[in-house]
Design a protein around this ligand. Structure first.
Ligand code: PMP
Ligand code: GLN
Length: 380
């Protein structure tokens, strides 16, 4: 009997969304909006599916999308990517897998920060990578020399950085990124930057990608997601951006993971990136209002909410809210008995997980948020 690889558990997002579907609960767990996303972009996808090209597109992505991604990052982040440095993937999830498969060999050390998104560790381990886990502490989740000295060694091959951070909803300070860049250069390490939330930052903050820091242009793999940019999370169109020497390996892995990504969706995303100035100007403000509505409602009900500088997520500290229950127990009770799904933040830790933080998605209509607040209050 061949053993089944046992370290790939069902993700917490599927577990909680499954329970929400089963119970008919309001889903403030998995991060997805309940608005349908920009209509013009969806119409473009439909038009392309009917009248466009629907056979295998080029392996690295439609040229117009690769150009549009490079132009988008020039516009919003001042980057100078060439279209040849962009590879289109089936979501950021595939981009992450392609990055790990092409960059991690057995015995390589991989630095990761906790809390950590759940798609990283299983694939890093499957590639034979040795995780070196640093822990960032609330409320500011700063990267310090002390943190980095504890995990960087002469065997460090890769650093995985998520910014803005899911689930903490924080954005790293420029000086922390500069420090991380300094360590990457000193250790000749490559950075895999999961920046899928780059467009969703609040309170007038500007997002600065790690690839823009000194010494990082040639050693960074920047990952983005059209699903997040256009609030179309089911589309699974992602981007890998990296210097040519890295892109060669990334594209090599991508061709045996999915090879290509649906061409109508690629064409619609390309069109969207070129024609959505108004959407990009409005979306963060709309989400910020939703964040504030959820935060105010929960605060009114006696919950202690943590600051959220970006992403779709607001965290609640149960113990500071007077709820003496572990996050997982609270989330199971909330979905089963009170009709509201949330995500226990302990799922984002490998070791010494905090057990009193619960993550809520606020990318929802006002009435969904209001009903969620009421149900969470009943679960207190
Ligand atoms: N990384 C992070 C940090 C995410 O939050 C998500 C999805 N929410 C992904 C990757 C996956 O993105 P995609 O849906 O494009 O695969
Ligand atoms: N990234 C989304 C979240 O954090 C979910 C994506 C997924 O289901 N894998 O909720």
């Amino acid at each position: 009997v061949h053993p089944v690889y046992a370290d790939l558990p069902t993700t917490i997002f599927e577990v909680m969304s499954g329970l929400a579907r089963e119970t008919g609960a309001i889903n403030l767990g998995q991060g997805f909006p309940d608005e349908p996303g920009p209509e013009a972009v969806r119409r473009k996808a439909a038009e392309e599916a009917i009248n466009g090209y629907n056979q295998y597109p080029p392996m690295r992505g439609l040229p117009e999308l690769r150009r549009a991604v490079a132009a988008h990052y020039a516009r919003f982040q001042g980057l100078d990517l060439d279209e040849a440095e962009v590879t289109v993937t089936s979501g950021a999830t595939e981009a992450l897998a392609a990055a790990f498969l092409s960059l991690v060999s057995p015995g390589d050390e991989v630095v990761l920060f906790q809390p950590l998104y759940d798609a990283y560790l299983p694939i890093v381990r499957r590639c034979g990578g040795i995780p070196k886990l640093a822990r960032l502490e609330p409320p500011h989740f700063r990267i310090t020399r002390e943190t980095l000295d504890g995990v960087f060694t002469p065997k460090t091959r890769l650093v995985v950085l998520n910014n803005p951070v899911n689930p903490a909803a924080t954005i790293f300070a420029d000086e922390d990124l500069a420090l991380l860049a300094e360590y990457c250069v000193a250790h000749d390490a490559i950075a895999v930057c999961d920046e899928v939330w780059e467009q969703i930052v609040f309170d007038g903050r500007l997002f600065k990608p790690l690839i823009a820091f000194p010494g990082m242009r040639e050693r960074t793999v920047k990952i983005g997601s059209a699903g997040k940019m256009f609030a179309l999370t089911g589309w699974k169109v992602g981007f890998l951006c990296a210097a040519p020497a890295l892109t060669k390996g990334l594209a090599g892995a991508h061709q045996f993971l999915t090879f290509t990504t649906p061409p109508n969706l690629q064409a619609a995303v390309a069109w969207g990136l070129e024609n959505s100035a108004e959407w990009f100007a409005r979306m963060p403000g709309d989400l910020q209002r939703s964040r504030d509505r959820l935060a105010a409602g929960l605060t009114r009900e006696g919950f202690k909410v943590l600051p959220a500088a970006g992403t779709y997520f607001l965290n609640v500290d149960l113990s500071a809210s007077g709820v003496a229950e572990a996050d997982r127990d609270f989330c199971l009770r909330a979905v089963k008995d009170h009709g509201v799904a949330a995500i226990p933040v302990s799922a984002f830790y490998e070791q010494d997980a905090p057990t009193s933080i619960v993550r809520l998605c606020f990318a929802k209509r006002d009435e969904t948020l209001d009903a969620g607040i009421e149900r969470l209050a009943a679960a207190r």
